[in-house]
Design a binder for this molecule. Structure first.
Ligand code: KG4
Ligand code: ZN
Length: 352
């Protein structure tokens, strides 16, 4: 009997050193070491600090994942690693480690795309992804609407943010409100006690004139500026800033545009399933509003639990396992880490 592939995934594109192990769609281990506390006082991720933290955490995190899964390196059928996009120095640590493990054990190596991995992680929770599906990928670095025709190799970008990513907007607005870094979860929490309709903040690229060129694109930089101006004006009048209300109104503007455009993309492409992925997909209002609107439109909505939305190694392992099962060839051992890896490249080929 053929057993499902056991794959280890290594993720180091930002500030999380993640090592996950899966068997088919079953999650066996999800070890994450985060350097977020070391970046908090700078209000953002410091690349050099992240790289050094990855170096220190890499081997112990691999060992922890293997121990949790009750496996040895020799039990693996594949090793997958985030080849990009992300911070160059951080990616290099993961790619270098994955190559070393692959060479030492003879286990095939897959250099994969971080964004497709954010989509693939849903298989660990909800089983195989119905294809085609629309992926709404919202993280600290990306806000992208993807058409997933084949998760093993055919993913196309329908639209993306033309300026700040959604997570970046959350983090910047949190800073304006005096909330800690990373701001997304703090805004989410504050907004629960706030009034969504307190201010009507702008919905970027939603005007009729934008529907031609930017139909599925996003823009969050104007929204961030609008929040900053609103707070400044309030302070200039000597009044307190109602943090919960501003957080709720800002969050509503982001979630409104993200869900509206993802649903439009699904409807216009005749696709029945929408998947949420990436750190911002942990947002409770995004999940709630997407569920409401998907139901009203007769679409199926899927998303993984919040812990699997933010960066982790399990998502890389999930994509690796999908590639192994689909018979995709491993990557050439000399592939480079690529900080600006094309969204549409799911995994690196074994040819130049
Ligand atoms: O996917 P991720 O962990 O890393 C990247 O690939 O960028 O996403 C991190 C981003 C951060 O901007 C963080 O503030 C945001 O995801 N985030 C959230 C929530 N949890 C994390 N944003 C809104 N609501 C949340 N609950
Ligand atoms: Zn990510």
């Amino acid at each position: 009997m053929k057993t499902e592939p056991v794959v280890m995934g290594i993720e180091t594109s930002c500030d999380e050193t993640g090592v996950g192990i899966v068997r088919g769609h079953e999650l066996l281990a999800d070890a994450v070491a985060s350097s977020v506390d070391e970046h908090a006082r700078f209000g953002g991720v410091v690349p050099e600090v992240a790289s050094r933290a990855h170096l220190e955490a890499m081997v112990p995190t691999v060992q922890r994942a293997l121990d949790d899964a009750g496996l040895a390196l020799g039990d693996l059928d594949g090793i997958a690693v985030t080849a990009g996009p992300g911070l160059a120095g951080a990616l290099m640590v993961g790619v270098g480690a994955a190559k070393a493990y692959s060479i030492a054990t003879g286990v095939p190596l897959y250099g994969v795309n971080h964004l497709s991995a954010h989509i693939a992680v849903d298989t660990l929770e909800n089983g195989p992804i119905p294809e085609p599906a629309i992926g709404l990928l919202v993280s600290g670095g990306h806000s992208t609407i993807m058409m997933v025709e084949d998760l093993a190799g055919k993913v196309t970008q329908l639209g993306a943010s033309i300026d700040d990513a959604a997570g970046e907007a959350f983090d910047k607005v949190a800073r304006l409100l005096g909330l800690p870094f990373p701001g997304g979860p703090y805004i989410d929490r504050a907004a629960k006690d706030g009034d969504r309709a307190f201010v009507e903040f702008p919905r970027g690229l939603s005007a009729p004139k934008d529907q031609e060129r930017h139909r599925y694109d996003f823009s969050f930089s104007g929204l961030k500026t609008a929040v900053a101006r609103w707070i400044e004006a309030r302070r200039a009048d000597g009044e307190d800033v109602p943090v919960n209300d501003v957080a709720a109104a800002f969050q509503e503007a982001v979630c409104d545009v993200l869900t509206r455009k993802a649903i439009l993309a699904a409807k216009e492409h005749g696709v029945e399933t929408i998947l949420l992925g990436g750190g911002v997909a942990a947002n409770s209002r995004l999940r709630g509003l997407a569920a409401e609107r998907a139901e009203a439109a007769g679409l199926t909505l899927r998303y993984p639990r919040p812990k699997l939305c933010t960066d982790n190694g399990a998502m890389v392992a999930a994509l690796g396992s999908h590639l192994v099962a689909a018979g995709v060839a491993p990557s050439r051992i000399d592939f480079p880490a690529n900080s600006s890896m094309d969204v549409e490249v799911v995994s690196l080929a074994n040819t130049l």
